[in-house]
Design a protein around this ligand. Structure first.
Ligand code: NAP
Length: 280
């Protein structure tokens, strides 16, 4: 008698974790691709994280997404790839030959969303990145990997921008906020990785009129869906890439690693998540 096959399941580990859109995205793909599988939310406090992750398969999971506040611990407790090491945080875990591996899918989420939303963006040789946190490290790694010649990195705390530039080398140049007016006219690609412009946060005060006429503008913030930065860029006729697109694209690789099929980011999926974001 053959054993009934147990459906594969992945999970999101966070503390708190309840507000995540990841279950909506992965359940959509499981349904669409006709895969019998699951994606759970596991609210795990910091003191329980190591035990949970080191026995992920015993807990019934083939892999996991990891969110705040566990991403740095996840890196330390797994075998990270180059992306996770460069970003200094892991957000996706899976097993390979019995080994718990990790990556950071924000890198490909950002780059694949740019490719999909603003084809030709990579003709830019000079980029201006605002912010120097975890998201900025993923963005800078992705841009350098795609051949960006120079990245001006502007951050409120200049020491954080300098630390990031030290890590990534001479193609990254830290700069203070006051130099924005000089840098904007040179930026064929502008990326906001700060939380400025997010609901409840201060606005991002910046004149998109100073950008070159063929500039591309990306914003990682996705609440609101259309940030004032993206609205101003669109009003000027510039190509844009939004934070929701990045969120959807970063989920692709985890699904592929856990369930064996590469899912698509479709307008239907986007509408589903947009609807959920608008409701809440
Ligand atoms: P983080 O590590 O906390 O970094 C926050 C960044 O925002 C820092 O550069 C910080 O500057 C800057 N900042 C915050 N408040 C500011 C203010 N009042 N004035 C000027 N700068 C300010 O956060 P993170 O993980 O990098 O995330 C940053 C943003 O990206 C968040 O909005 C997050 O939701 C978004 N994100 C989106 C996606 C996606 O898939 N769309 C993925 C990852 C992150 P200091 O260094 O000076 O504090």
């Amino acid at each position: 008698m053959t054993e009934p096959t147990k459906a594969r399941a992945a999970c999101l580990i966070g503390w708190p974790a309840a507000h995540s859109r990841s279950p909506l995205i992965h359940h959509y793909w499981l349904r669409k691709l006709g895969i019998e599988g699951g994606y759970n939310i596991e609210a795990i406090p910091p003191e329980g994280f190591a035990e949970f992750v080191l026995h992920l398969s015993t807990h019934g999971f083939v892999g996991a997404n990891v969110t705040i506040p566990h991403k740095e611990r996840a890196l330390a407790l797994s075998l990270p790839d180059e992306r996770a090491r460069a970003v200094g945080a892991a957000n996706t875990l899976w097993y390979e030959g019995g080994e718990l591996c990790s990556t950071n899918t924000d890198v490909e989420g950002f780059i694949n969303n740019l490719d999909a939303s603003a084809p030709g963006w990579d003709q830019a040789t000079e980029a201006l990145v605002l912010g120097a946190g975890g998201a900025a490290r993923a963005v800078v790694f992705g841009l350098l990997d795609r051949g960006m010649t120079r990245i001006h990195l502007v951050n409120r705390s200049i020491d954080r921008a300098c630390a990031l530039a030290d890590q990534f080398g001479s193609r990254v140049e830290p700069a203070i906020w006051d130099t924005l007016a000089d840098l904007l006219p040179r930026a064929r690609l502008l990326v906001n990785t700060t939380s400025l412009g997010m609901h409840g946060q201060p606005a991002l005060a910046l004149d998109v009129g100073l950008l070159p006429p063929n500039a591309v503008v990306a914003d990682l913030v996705y609440v609101p869906l259309k940030t004032p930065l993206l609205a101003a860029a669109e009003a000027r006729g510039l190509k844009t890439a939004d934070g929701l697109g990045m969120l959807l694209h970063q989920a692709v690789r985890g699904f592929e690693l856990w369930f064996g099929q590469r899912p698509q980011v479709t307008p239907e999926l986007r509408a589903l998540v947009e609807d959920d974001l608008t409701k809440t």
